[in-house]
Design a protein around this ligand. Structure first.
Ligand code: ATR
Length: 276
């Protein structure tokens, strides 16, 4: 029998990660053995853990909170996706060390595509300017949006992200700003990328920034999505959670490691039915 491909997800905490079941489901589709381990790894243990995985022949690893930024400094090479996001969620073994890439933003774009939410020429409002928000900007811009506007509790952080990405379509807005007369009145898509929902909190844009055509997408899922979902529905918006993005980012990682592109649909359906 062929030796299984060995993979891992590292994070702190890690016990509740859905990644092992998602990747096991992908392995079943692929029809080859995969050993995907969840490893608890606090930040100070990351350098030694990555060395150990490399020595033991692991083919790749996923990184989750709080390791995605720190891991950049431990990679031998980075893809443009990881550089743009300033974070890596996927490490790929190379003969010389780890290649770091990032599949989060493309995972979001692919999930939006599955939901028939068009990005091309659309006006997008991004709530948040932390790591999760930074991770999705590159692929959103690459998808051809007309504009990407960032609203963050701490405006200076939004401005820093805007400056770093340096694209004429990105701007920062504050809560008090009314739309310019030249702007269409409403955003087409609102992407919720703050971590406020984890604390049962929420940051919402003024009602004048949206209309009945505006779609909302929350990068959070599960209990952390509840408060945003409730707010969006009360505004009459169609709202999606980030579970599809979670499965898509995993599928893109799996494809990097194995060359096999999993079918996301059945795995997402099983997760929604609590079957995974
Ligand atoms: P992550 O990696 O999840 O993005 P992060 O880098 O710490 O985590 O960023 C958290 C984001 O959520 C930031 O945009 C943060 O706003 P600030 O930059 O002002 O800190 C936002 N956030 C967290 N809690 C929030 C709250 N209660 N209200 C509004 N924004 C919040």
């Amino acid at each position: 029998m062929k030796k299984p491909i060995t993979l891992a997800v590292l994070g702190d905490p890690i016990a509740h990660s859905k990644s092992p079941s998602i990747h096991q489901a992908f392995a079943n589709q692929w029809g080859q053995a995969v050993d995907y381990q969840a490893i608890h790894c606090p930040p100070d243990a990351l350098p030694a853990t990555l060395d150990r995985l490399y020595e033991h022949g692991f083919q790749g690893a996923n990184l989750t909170v709080p390791l995605k930024e720190q891991a950049l400094t431990l990679c031998d090479q980075l893809t443009p996706a990881a550089q743009m996001a300033q974070a890596t969620n996927t490490l790929i073994r190379t003969p010389t060390g780890w290649l770091g890439t990032n599949t989060d933003g493309q995972g979001l774009v692919n999930d939006l595509n599955d939901r028939h939410v068009v990005l091309k020429n659309k006006r997008v409002l991004l709530l948040g300017a932390g790591g999760a928000a930074a991770g999705v900007c590159g692929p959103i811009l690459d998808a051809g949006v007309a504009s990407l506007t960032i609203l963050n509790r701490t405006e200076a952080r939004a401005q820093a992200l805007c400056d770093r990405l340096n694209d004429p379509r990105i701007s920062v807005r504050s809560f008090e700003d009314e739309p310019k007369p030249s702007d269409p009145p409403a955003f087409d898509l609102i992407i919720q990328a703050t971590s406020a929902g984890h604390a049962g909190e929420i940051m919402t844009p003024p009602g004048t920034w949206m209309d009945e055509h505006t779609v909302a997408y929350d990068l959070n899922y599960g209990p952390a999505h509840a408060i945003f979902s409730k707010w969006a529905k009360a505004q009459g918006l169609m709202v999606f959670d980030g579970l599809g993005m979670l499965v898509w980012q995993a599928a893109l990682s799996f494809e990097h490691w194995t060359g096999f592109r999993p079918d996301v649909g059945p795995v997402l359906a099983a997760l929604r039915e609590n079957d995974l």
